[in-house]
Write a protein that binds this ligand. Structure first.
Ligand SMILES: *Cc1c(COP(=O)(O)O)cnc(C)c1O
Length: 434
């Protein structure tokens, strides 16, 4: 049947925009968004499967649906792989995102009107930890811990005092904008002494933890660790919860369905499993290359004349670099100009910004995990810093810089730290469905 003419145009536009977006991201742009990544070729090939059509409510081998034999097997394998990689006794891959993972844990640990302590927003707390996000939606009362400006981190002594005084049901550490590890060991004793649990939100640093380049909070006193599976951990978009605490595991795994989801997006599970194996094989090299590149980029940006945050602490220990971009016109303007040059970053509040500055904050946040995965190293970090300086310090036309950005990107087309998909028979998957 022919498509009516008006609709034909709609379909063409859908296809064209999708292809153009892919061409831009894969051929032309340098992506430095700190919360993004690209999947390995094998994970990608497994992602488009019949699982994206199916339901499997409940837990593996105890479902409310029939026809789930294969996903039962794959899901329990994936949970076991998570347990191995993160040395976590229990894992649940069903949360479809990091936010849902947080919601499912927060809801079990505290009820409406009860208190949770969170890392200060200046130390990178995510919106889901706050009264404006998931925590607030669940009616849990937010108690923000004090900030230590000098160490750019949670003020440990002040935090211990607040925890002892307020006696929160749980404490959340980990965040979205942080250069240095939060003090898990130091605060786990305090939260335990008041009968509370320590939740570590590893959304950003999950891949660094898997590769041993960031301290594993579960080995340092965290009871539960939540995460996204698509930031430094380079899998499909999704979430996970990892547990030391058996009781919390039982309660969360009993309630994630039906409280926070029905369908848990089954097609992400084979791709997640393969990514876990790739992290076991190549994660150490990948994670240490990321941290090295972040440091190199920070140093190169400073050498170009940018005001890089955290110099007195060695700039960064994570995948992130923060730049105080006020001398170049502020976060909103800088991020826009860089986008015109094909360099994608986001504007970000820096520790001294009031929340009201969110539309035009002092800083930009840069993450090097994706370019590292594409094989870039120190030399490319120097070049990227130089390209940013051409746009933001030397005032060159973004369009002229954009040509060099695309040239640089075209030399980095392959995902590293990945299995060769040619070794596995996945080619038939699409044929079977079409
Ligand atoms: C990104 C992020 C989340 C949310 O993850 P989604 O998978 O996007 O829902 C939660 N916590 C932190 C610290 C994050 O950075």
């Amino acid at each position: 049947m022919d498509t009516p003419s008006g609709l034909e145009g709609v379909v063409e536009e859908v296809v064209r925009y999708t292809v153009m977006a892919n061409r831009f991201r894969f051929r032309e742009a340098i992506n430095l968004i700190a919360s993004e990544n690209v999947m390995s070729p094998l994970a990608l090939k497994l992602y488009v499967s019949d699982f994206m059509h199916r339901y499997a409510e409940g837990k593996p081998f105890k479902r409310y649906y029939q026809g789930t034999y294969y996903i039962d097997h794959l899901e329990s394998m994936t949970n076991e792989l998570f347990s191995r990689v993160f040395e976590a006794p229990y894992a649940d891959v069903r949360p479809v995102s990091g936010t849902i993972a947080n919601a499912s844990v927060f809801r079990v640990l505290a009820g409406p009107g009860e208190k949770a302590a969170i890392a200060p927003v200046q130390a990178g707390a995510h919106v889901s930890h706050t009264k404006f996000g998931t925590l607030g939606a669940l009616g849990i009362v937010q108690v923000e811990l004090p900030y230590d400006e000098e160490r750019m981190n949670v003020d440990v002594d002040g935090a211990v005092r607040v925890i002892e005084e307020v006696r929160p049901r749980f404490l959340v550490l980990g965040g979205s904008v942080y250069l240095f590890p939060h003090p898990v060991e130091e605060l786990s004793t305090a939260i335990k002494s008041v009968g509370g649990k320590l939740v570590y939100d590893a959304a950003h640093v999950l891949g660094l933890i898997a590769g041993g380049a960031w301290p594993n909070p579960l080995k340092r006193g965290a009871d539960v660790m939540t995460g996204s599976t698509h930031k430094t951990f380079p899998g499909p978009q999704g979430g996970v919860v990892l547990f030391n605490d058996r009781d919390v595991y039982k309660r969360v795994s009993k309630t994630i369905f039906p409280w926070f989801l029905s369908n848990h997006h089954l097609h992400r599970i084979p791709a997640t499993a393969v990514t876990l194996v790739e992290m076991m094989l190549y994660g150490r090299d990948y994670a240490s290359a990321i941290v090295g590149n972040a440091r190199s980029l920070a140093e190169s940006l400073a050498a170009e004349g940018f005001r890089v945050v955290g110099e007195h602490l060695g700039y960064t220990r994570s995948h992130q670099v923060l730049v105080d971009i006020r001398p170049q016109g502020g976060g909103a303007k800088a991020a826009k100009l860089l986008e015109e040059a094909g360099i994608i970053v986001n504007k970000n509040l820096l520790p001294w910004d009031p929340p009201s500055a969110v539309q035009d904050p002092s800083g930009i946040r840069i993450g090097v995990q994706e370019v590292t995965r594409l094989g870039m190293g120190r030399g490319e970090m120097e070049e990227i810093a130089g390209l940013m300086a051409r746009v933001l310090i030397k005032g060159e036309e973004p369009a002229s810089v954009r040509r060099r950005v695309a040239e640089l990107r075209s030399g980095f087309q392959r995902v590293h730290y990945a299995l060769d998909p040619g070794r596995y028979s996945v080619e038939t998957l699409l044929d079977l469905m079409t």
